[in-house]
Ligand binder design. Sequence first.
Ligand code: GCU
Length: 667
Amino acid sequence: DQLTSYRAWLQYNPINQQDYREEIMHLLSTICVKDRNEVIDRALDELSFGLDQMIGYKPAVVRNEEDRSMLIIMIDPTYKAEMYTINLNSEKSMLRGGSSRAILYGVFHLLRLIQQQSKLTGLSIKEVPKNAIRMINQWDDMNGSVERGYAGESIFYKDYQFSKDRQRIYDYARLLSSVGINAITINNVNVHQIESKLITDTYLAEVKQTSDIFNQFGITLFLSINYAAPIEIGGLDSADPLDPKVRAFWKDIAQHVYEVVPNLGGFLVKADSENRPGPFTYGRNHAEGANMLAEAMEPYGGKVIWRCFVYNCKQDWRDRTTDRARAAYDHFMPLDGSFNDNVVLQIKNGPMDFQVREPVSPLIGGLEKTNQFLEFQIAQEYLGQQRHLVYLIPQWKEVLEFDTFAKGEGTTVKQIVSGDVFDNNISGIVAVSNIGNDYNWTGHTIAQLNLYGYGRLIWNPDLTAEEIALEWIKQTFGNHPTVIKLLMEIVMPSWETYENYTSPLGIGWMVNVNHHYGPNIDGYEYMAWGTYHFADRNGLGVDRTQETGTGYTSQYHQENQSLYEQVETCPDELLLFFHHVPYTHKLKSGKTVIQHIYDTHFQGVEQVQSMMEKWEALSSFMDAKRHQDVQERLNHQLENAKEWRDIINTYFYRKSGIADRHNRTIY
Ligand code: GCU
């Protein structure tokens, strides 16, 4: 049954427990709503639908307070815009929000609790999101494909037109708002010829329609733009940000775009990155490039989100002085403080590109006078492409909890990106989506957890990975203790499992070129992308120290600099990211690097096997469709994990000539 898969975590399964049903009916029999608009209407729809599905009744909605048990829903202008409180008791219950959007979040919160059959009587909560902007980036192209998409085709476009299936977009908006997402870009950061016209009358009417759908769910729409649009669509011979004609072009564009789509959030820009055009062509820097757009957008309150994924992708592998990891910091740190107020820099979580293990980008904690977004990737481009089961929240937790020491001990990434540390006027977190038009949205059913978890985590970064997984499991698969136990055991170690059988100790890559799936150790070794492992017969790793290497470690604050600079203090899991060491180097675990490689690779495959046994044991606890879907993917994951294990182990055995201490099969 595809509907079950489609509903994701909004299952709203019937609740049979009589006393709980009565409790809910008693508390929520009548809803009194003081304010009405389309966002609050969505909230009421949701509450009715959810209660009808779970308890079998629709609450009465009234406008005036009556003296019977009821829930009063109202906007409280003294609250912060996205804050809400819920107080439930048998006399008088209240849901107050600082805005209609906050009320929608409050309703989803209630439904989340009811799905988990949490006790509601006496409930008293106050919620304020930690991050102001909580955004999704779609990498959808108008030909209908999704760049790095692993869940079918785009739900937004088909054959260079907007998709006719508006319901699908509506349902997506609903899913996103249920976990607090409040912003989205609907086209790929790589803006090709056709998509460059999204800001023109060719498509603006449909951009507006799409924006209207998202707005009903409290989500603001943004567009990715082509920096060379003045040439591509404006017929100019330049896109130089200091050229008056170019500046006039963007002012006209901004004016017209806001005429048609008044609620547009702004533009997202990938410039001078991976062959995309940008200000470098004209000898201008990124601040000049971004500020020109910012001025055009400013009168309408539009934002310019400028990506920091800027590096030399035409590097000569023979050149040992260029280090891709340094690039973002080298480009943007000197510009700190020179961006306009409505510009925000979007920084990937690591200095490379969404690998299974990377240190945190030193730009976060480096920049002090510039607005910034942290960028994650929910799509598992380098983490098994939604064919492998990998729970990403544990990885993101490590990023958010990382101490940058920017203002002394305790200046964690989560504090900085929330805008608190440097008092930014724009701040937040962004991630590349993992959905497509597959009937279950995410290809792998368990990958729904990463979308869910992303929203929950960035709303409240203090939630633990366990808490998030637990609430998702209960809503998606029910409350049975066996389901909870087995699924927790499946998802919690899955990131570490993936790391175990893929590239070791922070080195990254070792994947097939272009599509990035499956092992290929030397795939990128002699390429122009700046992604090398430097394995020879003695050892491997990239020397990024100041003493003998590329000096990348100097981009961190002192405490982290010295932590990473010394082999002795560098954490094992990042050792090969920072150091070139012999295979016989002893890790803190007491193992040599080569033995660690062998052990983790055998272990990783065993962990997949155990994951499969646990999944097998869940078959009677869910619908056949979802069970079978995941099982098929697990079968594939196991085969692919063996491939990784055998290729990695064999490669390093042949390079090093050092045998496995346990004499297991290496080819
Ligand atoms: C990765 C990914 C590209 C993407 C790029 C980006 O390199 O492979 O498909 O365009 O990131 O983030 O811009």
